[in-house]
Design a protein around this ligand. Sequence first.
Ligand code: GLA
Length: 389
Amino acid sequence: MNLKSDKKRLLALFKKQYGSAEGVHVALAPGRSNLIGEHTDYNNGLVLPIAVNRHTAVLFRPQQKAGAPTVRVHSETLGSSDEFGVDAIKPLKGGENHWANYVRGTAWALAKRGIKLKGGDLLISSDLPRGAGLSSSASLEVATGLALLSLAGRDMDRQALAFACQEAEHVYAGVRCGIMDQTVVARARPGHALMLDCDSIAVRHVPIQLKGYSFAIFDTGVRHKLASSEYNKRRSECEHAAALMKHKTLRGVGFEDLAKYAGKMNANENKRVRHVLTENMRVVQFAAALERGDVEELGRLLHLSHMSLSQDYEVSCAELDLVVMELAKQSSKDHACPGSRMTGGGFGGAVVALLKSSAFPAYAKALKKSAKGGSLLLEPGEGALVQKL
Ligand code: GLA
């Protein structure tokens, strides 16, 4: 979203919904694409995502009417509204995936951290595709969090906000997600990938030096129902495996532990651990290759990551595998795509590919059938911000 060109449209929408648009501010949060380090965050491992050039905008202004502090919120994108008092926030009944629960959950998590929330009028507009693996939910949470903090006249450390948003997702959406998405949405820098150590929460902004190459998203357009239940299942398998190896998380585990305890774990647990250990290594190698602009190495690591996610972690699906294959097929003709892999939680969603920037239009066309959800050339952007509209 571009605030300069979208400003008029957004203000008109706000006015239509709430009568006037005076004194409106906006919290703008990007989506994210993970370059590498998949299903490692909740294992206290390493991840390397970027913020993307698609956003959730939350327009807001203080409550106009006297009375109990109330948040009114309307989603332009989904055409529906919600309203809740800030003094007794509860999840909306009937569907954990309801967009309003991300708003309520974020408000609840901030209140839990001692923020005295105030009432306000909120309007959400987003150009982020939902379910495409670009983390529209973390983007909505962080933008909402910044808007509510602003209304309350409070500031919060960005990482603390990310943790609050993560808790909102655990409790109000029922997904035991890691901390990657909310962190990169809140803390990314333009032109950089964000390397996050999910154990120490140390962050390194890694410059992306890719002459003539970009990352692009190819969205399968499918989202399988089992995504969140299988996600939680993978997390439990990893926790169980770590406990068997007498570690709190898989971060402390090495290949020697895997060899030692292989016989004690079932076949799935063995595979899950192997994915996490090798994926953490690939993140380190990928960050180094990114800094020296080594596209061949980046492509190799993307492919290895996909194989590992597909065979060891078993979170890919036929549609994702097809997009990866089609990209490789296209590249066998023009050598423009050194590698690609599924990105995000899996079971549908998108593939991230390294691609010659000039070849993007031809690839978008060639992949039209398998990437039904469309394609997007990514520009690593900046994290969430608040400004007057
Ligand atoms: C989802 C979660 C993240 C992360 C990825 C897989 O996007 O929200 O925390 O676990 O899946 O890497």
